[in-house]
Design a protein around this ligand. Structure first.
Ligand SMILES: Nc1ncnc2c1ncn2[C@@H]1O[C@H](COP(=O)(O)OP(=O)(O)OP(=O)(O)O)[C@@H](O)[C@H]1O
Ligand SMILES: [Mg+2]
Length: 241
């Protein structure tokens, strides 16, 4: 039995800010005194540096949190092509073994009070022929946090994601993330209220745009997340600290 708790961070799409939110959450939890581990079980689109695949999200999350767990535990599967993991694996003639991911997760959960697990793309992205990231979250028994983009379309994308997630897992909440400094569309004036009404899960954070992705800017952004709800929902008792 692992001692740590876990949280699965998904998004309504790729590029919506899962890594950004995972990083700010990790830093906020660290600041509150918990030992935080990170995991990105499968990462695709990894550039090759000195002959090795470099998973950018994973490296960033490890670096910003000072995570000393080995790269192979944090990201057991890396692929070159920027495709869904099951597709990238197929192209390379490889197979992803969810059991291996689960083993890595439990190793991390032994070392940390909480492990934040970032998915790839959205919830129904295939990990293998049979399994999606939702299956993985369910097998790991992780509650789900949904990151949504602050643009027109977010009500539908968020409600769809929450609805599917809630069929199999506990949905802890939604984080609405602003990816651009420009007011891109008029929906940005009403998305917060709209998600509260129709998002189908509690809206527990509205993140402003930040021009840079640094430790201090991420911590500043993290103040917009209702950390107490996350701590309570995960039953982080404080005894772990
Ligand atoms: N609130 C924000 N303010 C400014 N830039 C942001 C914000 N959130 C995310 N970004 C930037 O937007 C880009 C996409 O964000 P991020 O990498 O976190 O998305 P993702 O959902 O993790 O993507 P992927 O599906 O590739 O894992 C990154 O360059 C990130 O730094
Ligand atoms: Mg990411």
């Amino acid at each position: 039995m692992s001692r740590g708790k876990g949280l699965f961070i998904t998004g309504t799409d790729t590029g919506v800010g899962k890594t950004q939110v995972t990083a700010m959450l990790a830093l906020a939890l660290q600041q509150a005194g918990w030992k935080v581990g990170v995991m990105k079980p499968a990462e695709t689109g990894c550039p090759v540096v000195d002959g090795a695949l470099q998973p950018q999200d994973s490296l960033f999350l490890r670096q910003i949190t000072g995570c000393t767990a080995p790269q192979e535990l944090v990201t057991p599967y890396t692929f070159l092509e920027p495709l869904a993991p099951a597709v990238a694996a197929e192209h390379e003639g490889r197979q992803i073994d969810p059991e291996r991911i689960m083993h890595c997760y439990h190793e991390l959960a032994e070392r940390y009070d909480i492990v934040l697990v970032e998915g790839a793309g959205g919830l129904l992205v295939p990990l293998t022929e049979q399994a999606t990231f939702l299956d993985l979250a369910e097998q790991l028994d992780l509650p789900i946090l949904v990151v949504a983009r602050n643009v027109l379309g977010t009500i539908n994308h968020t409600a769809l994601t929450v609805t599917v997630a809630a069929q199999r897992c506990r949905v802890l909440g939604i984080i609405l993330n602003t990816l651009s400094a420009e007011i891109e569309d008029v929906s940005q004036n009403s998305n917060v209220e709209a998600l509260k009404r129709w998002g189908r899960a509690p809206l527990i954070g509205v993140i402003p745009y930040a021009a840079e992705r640094r430790h201090d800017t991420l911590l500043h952004q993290s103040t917009q997340i209702d950390l107490q709800t996350i701590v309570t929902q995960l039953s982080l008792t404080g005894e772990e600290r």
